[in-house]
Design a protein around this ligand. Sequence first.
Ligand SMILES: [Zn+2]
Length: 198
Amino acid sequence: MSEKYEGVKFRTVFKSKDIPVDLRLETLKMWAKKFDEYRLAPPYDGGSAGNLSYRVNSDSNKFIITGSRIGLKCSLQDDCFVMVENCDFSNGIVYASGVREPSSEAMLHFAIYDKRKDVQAIFHGHSQEILDAAKTLKLPATSEFYPYGTKELLQSVILILEKHSVIIMKDHGFIALGASMGEAGKLSLQLIDRFQNE
Ligand SMILES: [Zn+2]
């Protein structure tokens, strides 16, 4: 998590400049704010290190995700969010609609939605305390550290994905997977309680 943020590592092809229109954005904004409040998305120069998304329809992998380089501290506007429609993993392309690039982990979110049809929301955060407690709490974790936004990181998560609802990315951060945003959010906040009570 001490990695320097260098922007997204894929190419975004914009299918349109349409800003997502969806009532559920308000729920996502609320959780983004909580991530900031609970220090699960530490600020860096120009943004916050964390990304949150939800699946748009249960029968497709399309999702709405926080844009790259947005600060979760400020109240987010609708144009801070991007709809990801598809990913071309072999060519490193993300197809999206919106006015900014999707989060650097957009491909990871896509791969999880593709493998886990039960998952409707994915929240990814960073917390040294959670990483420190992960072993004691016996949370499933990737075996190697890989830089953010890489294919290797994505593959290491998919490898241990199974039916887990919380996954630790070694020396990096956590991912909470929920059947709703509320569930992914609760799982994230519970991690804080768990390391505090450990
Ligand atoms: Zn991360």
